[in-house]
Design a protein. Sequence first.
Length: 308
Amino acid sequence: MNAAVRAVVRTAMTYGTEVYGIYRGYDGLIAGDIVKLESKDVSGIIQRGGTILQSARSNEFRTQEGREKAFNVMKTHGIEGLVTIGGDGTFTGANILHQEFGIPVMGIPGTIDNDLFGSDYTIGYDTAMNTVVEAIDKIRDTAGSHNRLFFIEVMGRDAGFIALNTGIATGAEDILIPETVTYLDDLILTLKQNKRRGKNSGIIIVAEGDDLGGAYEVAKKVKEHDSSYSTRVTVLGHIQRGGSPSVQDRVLASYLGYHAVLGLYKGLSHHMVGRINGAANYTDLSNSIKHNNEINREMLELARILSI
Ligand code: F6P
């Protein structure tokens, strides 16, 4: 996200527009927690995780009164357009702000879940996956040496992108995601077949939003079925949401920040900027909120075939 902030500031400045950083999201906007940003203020941040502008959930912004306060603060500062970085909640707020007050808004997709419609990738996704792969490679050593079956929970409350792609990258024996119905019997069958083929250890990746339950729940069910498995559970949790961003993420965020500003100059007023097949793409905010990025079924099949 810092790379995107940097790109927005420097692109806008290049074209003669002043930029203000709003701290703590919509809450900070309502409170007037706003600071003019110069080029030097965004120096040395591209390699830092998180966001220098911080983030917050705002209950006040959900009310018409709160949004009116926010709009008045923007008016006072002479702010004529808003760039927001985030996901569904952020974009819903931006869209309402535009509808109620006509202020042009431009969303930049920032979520490790990669589930926003209108961009091939979202900021944070690649970094999160690299963190997951590094962790699973390490866990694989214990799994293999001790003949253990590991259930590893990765983030993805509603989306299985992290699980699916890290599963392929680490050669996971099975991948459980929220987009497909998970049957315990299928998992048990896979494990049995693996045993028959002489595989005595395994990695099962469970997206936190999987319908069979989280990793603990799934491990319990497998163990109840066959107590001979030596099972272990690892929940990777918030290590997935931090750390120095990958090259892919830095470049993507820079690209999206740059095109967010250009989009506003073009007169777009309620859009999300994404990157599809390498090119900038603008999606109406209401569409980006309504639809989800769809999981690629072919990759599911590929994961199944390669895991035997
Ligand atoms: O942004 C969505 C997400 O990455 C989910 O996959 C996960 O459940 C959630 O964030 C965790 O966020 P929080 O820090 O609010 O628990």
